[in-house]
Design a protein around this ligand. Sequence first.
Ligand SMILES: Cc1cc2nc3c(=O)[nH]c(=O)nc-3n(C[C@H](O)[C@H](O)[C@H](O)COP(=O)(O)O)c2cc1C
Length: 303
Amino acid sequence: MKHILVISYSQSGQLTQILTNLTSTINEEIEIVSVQPKTNFSFPWISHDFFNAMPETVLEKEIELNEIAFKRDTYDLIIFGYQPWFLSPSLPATALLKNEAFKKIMKNSPIVTVIGARNMWLNSQESVKQLIKDADGVLVGNIPFIDRNPNLLSAVSILHWMLTGKKEKKYGIFPLPGISEKDILEASLFGNIIQKSLDENRFEDLQKEVLLTNRVNINTNILFIEGRAKKLFKIWANQITKKGSTARKRKTWVNFFKYYLIIALFMVAPIVLVIYNILIRPFNLNKINKNKAYFYGIELNKK
Ligand SMILES: Cc1cc2nc3c(=O)[nH]c(=O)nc-3n(C[C@H](O)[C@H](O)[C@H](O)COP(=O)(O)O)c2cc1C
């Protein structure tokens, strides 16, 4: 029997559900560790707290976690589940990747990342890749799960879910928030792929097989948005930490960011995307495809 560590943090339980289904088809010794911050993030979120989490998340600050106890010093595979917050790994995910005990376990171990996102995980995965590299871990696969509804609809519905705690159709007309029940249920399919790699004692084809399922799709418009938005978030994050020297000032700056984000997402981005799709995208197909191949992780296991 091989030893598998499944480690994650989940607020609503969505990511836990994905990981439970994904690992249901792995027939090995599985240790499940659920990470908890010392100071919990309330769920549902209070609106201010939600946006107030942006600067530290984007700047990848380390929060304190409850002590984590591992049964072993090494594992044959680590399945690390995380969710992006503001195009960065969530604060608990960053803290875990920077945790000394976990870093020791990651060293020289194969790691598969499982993402439970809305639809923007490209930048956060870049950070996660770097943190895994810093710990001398070996990323062998990435399985992202997203909400497949159109970007603006999913933004409204996820905010409804996060701010009310209710995974329901806002006004009865918006799509159900989060990753679809079907995708969550069928996560087990990826467990089969991981099992095959474990049986063969090699992870070189794992990502290729993940992609062959055709379940991982990178949307060109999201690729375009993510290519720009993280830089802007970093500027805002630095500005808010610098200017928000008192609680009142911080609140004011976080409010500015909130309105900026709403305007950028719902008014500016749609116009910019129309221009991009007409004037830029058709002439950059090669570059876009190369970029997508990179994020799909096609090169992940190439020596
Ligand atoms: C503060 C916050 C920021 C988020 N930012 C993003 C984001 O940038 N990209 C994205 O795809 N999803 C984003 N999400 C959605 C989460 O990645 C995740 O799908 C959702 O919170 C459910 O995860 P859970 O399993 O922890 O409940 C955000 C969620 C929260 C709470």
